[in-house]
Write a protein that binds this ligand. Structure first.
Ligand SMILES: Nc1ncnc2c1ncn2[C@@H]1O[C@H](COP(=O)(O)OP(=O)(O)O)[C@@H](O)[C@H]1O
Ligand SMILES: [Mg+2]
Length: 237
């Protein structure tokens, strides 16, 4: 087996007549975290949606462990081990935190079940305290944690996190950073879409930059950190 968990090649995505992504290529090695960086409107969320099946590509390949899943429906791609945490934090507002997690419980591809409710309470102490609270009453940060925990209950081996820190209070941003570090220890492969390179330092090993729907940079995040000209050209800092 190859050591590539996720490989995009020649991915073109349109919204109606507008072309949004132009022949996107990148790959993520198993167990690594890749930061997908770019300014607002660059195409990060569209890339995540193309991978997860929410915005099927017009052409190109999305290989998950070597199998091309491009154009398959979201539930089929999820079943392939891809967990998607969208930027808009969709919780079931009328259900409790606990119920939101129960709904999502599913074993992994290989039948193992690393993520259980008990494990979530351990790793997400903030949610443990809120288990009987209705999700609609949670703060934005708590909803972000719940959406992440719910996705993990599906036991994905590739996790797509779309701007998990966006618009949240510094204390929750720190908590999300801590969680991502902890998730990395489990061996899961992560794609972390972010505008903020600094949030990704210490979380991601690799970085790609997307600009106006094109991949314009791909290297380690340390190489990017050492190259302020690239960051100032393509990222808001
Ligand atoms: N549903 C949509 N219909 C038409 N255009 C869209 C839609 N969603 C996003 N776009 C456009 O696609 C481009 C990329 O958006 P997006 O992927 O959300 O960027 P990012 O996540 O990097 O901020 C932007 O120009 C945005 O205006
Ligand atoms: Mg976005």
């Amino acid at each position: 087996m190859s050591d590539i968990a996720l490989k995009l090649s020649g991915l073109d995505v349109f919204y109606g007549a507008s072309k949004i992504l132009f022949s996107i290529d990148f790959e993520v090695k198993k167990g690594r975290t890749l930061a997908l960086l770019g300014r607002n409107g660059a195409g990060k969320s569209t890339t995540m949606k193309a991978i997860s099946g929410v915005a099927p590509p017009r052409s190109g390949r999305v290989e998950v462990h070597g199998v091309d899943v491009a154009g398959r429906p979201p539930y089929a791609i999820a079943r392939h081990g891809v967990g998607y945490v969208p930027e808009d934090r969709q919780v079931f507002p009328a259900h409790t935190v606990e119920e939101n997690l129960e709904i999502a419980a599913k074993t992994a591809e290989d039948g193992s079940c690393a993520w259980t409710m008990a494990r979530v309470w351990e790793v997400f102490p903030i949610l443990a305290r809120l288990r009987t609270r209705r999700a609609g009453l949670l703060s934005g940060g708590e909803q972000q944690l719940l959406t992440m925990a719910r996705t993990l209950m599906g036991n994905p081996d590739i996790l797509l996190l779309d701007e998990p820190s966006e618009g949240l209070a510094p204390i929750i941003v720190q908590e999300i950073g801590r969680l991502i570090r902890e998730l990395r220890q489990t061996g899961v492969t992560i794609v972390l879409a972010e505008q903020n390179m600094h949030f990704c330092l210490g979380l991601a090993e690799d970085a790609v930059i997307i600009d106006k729907g094109h991949i314009v940079y791909a290297d380690t995040i340390e190489a990017l950190r050492a190259d302020p000209a690239v960051a100032s050209r393509y990222l808001a800092i």
